[in-house]
Design a protein around this ligand. Structure first.
Ligand SMILES: Cc1ncc(COP(=O)(O)O)c(C=O)c1O
Length: 379
C-alpha cells in the first residue's frame, strides 16, 4: 500500500470487540490472567500494551523497518540505542547534533565507559578518518538541529557496512514521509515523535526502528527493563497524529520553501540555512536523498541583539522550544535548545548568537511572512 494508506491503517484495525473505528485507550496498568501462565498477550503495561503495539507496528511500517519500539521521549529512545553498546566501545556522532544528545553522551554515557567523537559527518573523509578499531556505531543526525547540515546517508552506510559498524540515523527533522534512512542503508532509525510524527505538540514520545533481529531483542529487553515505554494515552495521540503525516509534511514543505525564499531576499538576514535553497552547501545531496525539504530552517541576523528584537516582536510565531507541530515555533538555539553545549563548541559548529531557528507550521504562508516582515522591521 502507499505511505498514506499505511499511515492510516497499519495497527489501526477496528476494535474487534465493538467495531470502534478508533481503538480504545487501554488505560490500565495490569491485565487479569485467565489461569496461571495464561493471558491474552499482555500482562503488565510497562512490558507492553495494545496502544503501544499498534503504534509500533505503524512506525515500523512507515520507516521500512523490521520492528519498532516507542519510548517516553526521543531522548529515552536515543539512550536505549546507545545501551546496545558496551564499555570501551567508540561512537562517531554528527558534530552539530541536538543539544540533548550532546549532554547525554558527554555528561552521562561517558561515565559508563563509552567513547564519543563529534565529527562533521557531511564529509565522508572525516568519518573515515575518525574510525577506530573499537568504533561500533556511527550516529548521524540529518539535517542537523539547528544548523541544517546534511549527511549523505547512503555513502556513510556503505562505509559503515564495509567496516562492520552500526549506522543509526535520527530522522526527526524530516519524518519517514520525506526521508527513509533504512532504504538508504541505515541499520537503526530514531525519532523524537514529540515532533512531526505526533505533529500537534500535545505529548512527548520517541521511537527506535530496527532492521536486525538481534537489535530487536536487545532493545525490547532494554525498554522493559528500564521501563521507558510510551504510555497508552500518548500512544493514542501519536497514532492519531500519524494519520495526517503525509498531508502535514506536504504543507510544512511548501511553507518552509516560501519562508526560506522570503528570508533569503530580506536585507536584514545575513544567511538562511534551508536545504531546499540552491545556496545550501549540501543542496544536491538533500535533493537526492529526500522527498522534500520540510519545515525546519535557521537564519542568522548577525547578533544576539538583532535576534532578541525579532523574537520579541513576532506575534503569530510562538517563542518556544520544540518543533514539528502544526503551529509555527521560533527559537534561539544558543540560549534555548543548545544551551547545554559549551559556547566554544557552539561557535565551532555554527550556532552563533544571531542564529534563529524556525519550525514552520501549516498556517497560511502569507500570514507567517507578514509576521516575520513586521518583526524584522523592528530589528
Ligand atoms: C533532532 C532531535 N532529536 C532528538 C530530540 C529529543 O527528543 P525529545 O525532546 O522528544 O526527548 C530532539 C528534541 O528537540 C531533536 O530535535
Amino acid at each position: 500500500m502507499g505511505f498514506s494508506t499505511d499511515a492510516i491503517h497499519v495497527g489501526q484495525e477496528p476494535d474487534p470487540s465493538t467495531g470502534a473505528i478508533v481503538a480504545p485507550i487501554y488505560q490500565t496498568s495490569t491485565y487479569v490472567q485467565e489461569a496461571l501462565g495464561k493471558n491474552k498477550g499482555f500482562d503488565y503495561a510497562r512490558t507492553a500494551h495494545p496502544n503501544r503495539r499498534a503504534l509500533e507496528r505503524c512506525v515500523a511500517k512507515l520507516e521500512g523497518g523490521l520492528t519498532s519500539y516507542v519510548f517516553s521521549s526521543g531522548m529515552a529512545a536515543i539512550d536505549a540505542v546507545f545501551r546496545l553498546l558496551r564499555p570501551g566501545d567508540h561512537v562517531i556522532v554528527s558534530q552539530a547534533v541536538y543539544g540533548g544528545v550532546f549532554r547525554l553522551t558527554t555528561q552521562l554515557l561517558v561515565q559508563f565507559g563509552l567513547q564519543f567523537d563529534f565529527v562533521d559527518t557531511s564529509c565522508l573523509e572525516n568519518v573515515r578518518k575518525a574510525l577506530k578499531p573499537n568504533t561500533k556505531m556511527i550516529y548521524v543526525e540529518t539535517p542537523t538541529n539547528p544548523t541544517m547540515i546534511i549527511t549523505d546517508i547512503a555513502a556513510v552506510a556503505k562505509l559503515a557496512r564495509e567496516r562492520n559498524v552500526t549506522l543509526a540515523v535520527d530522522n526527526t527533522f524530516l519524518s519517514p514521509y520525506l526521508q527513509q534512512p533504512i532504504a538508504l542503508g541505515a541499520h537503526i532509525v530514531v525519532h523524537s515523535m514529540t515532533k512531526y510524527l505526533n505533529g500537534h505538540s500535545d505529548c512527548t514520545g520517541g521511537a527506535v526502528i530496527l532492521t536486525r533481529q538481534e537489535d530487536v531483542d536487545r532493545i525490547y529487553f532494554i525498554q522493559r527493563s528500564a521501563g521507558t515505554g510510551l504510555a497508552p494515552m500518548d500512544c493514542f495521540l501519536v497514532s492519531r497524529g500519524i494519520k495526517t503525516l503525509a498531508v502535514r509534511m506536504e504543507r510544512h514543505d511548501a511553507n518552509g520553501m516560501a519562508i526560506a525564499k522570503f528570508l533569503e531576499a530580506h536585507a536584514k538576514v545575513k544567511r538562511v540555512l534551508y536545504p531546499g535553497l540552491a545556496s545550501h552547501p549540501q543542496h544536491e545531496v538533500a535533493r537526492r536523498q529526500q522527498r522534500g525539504f520540510g519545515g525546519m530552517l535557521s537564519f542568522d541576523l548577525g547578533s544576539l541583539e538583532a535576534a532578541r528584537q525579532l523574537l520579541n516582536h513576532v506575534k503569530l510565531c510562538s517563542l518556544a522550544e520544540s518543533l514539528g507541530g502544526v503551529e509555527t515555533l521560533i527559537s534561539h538555539p544558543a540560549l534555548m535548545t543548545h544551551a547545554s553545549v559549551p559556547p566554544e563548541v557552539r561557535l565551532q559548529i555554527g550556532i552563533t548568537d544571531g542564529l534563529v531557528r524556525l519550525s514552520v507550521g501549516i498556517e497560511d504562508a502569507e500570514d507567517l511572512i507578514a509576521d516575520l516582515e513586521h518583526a524584522l522591521s523592528k530589528v
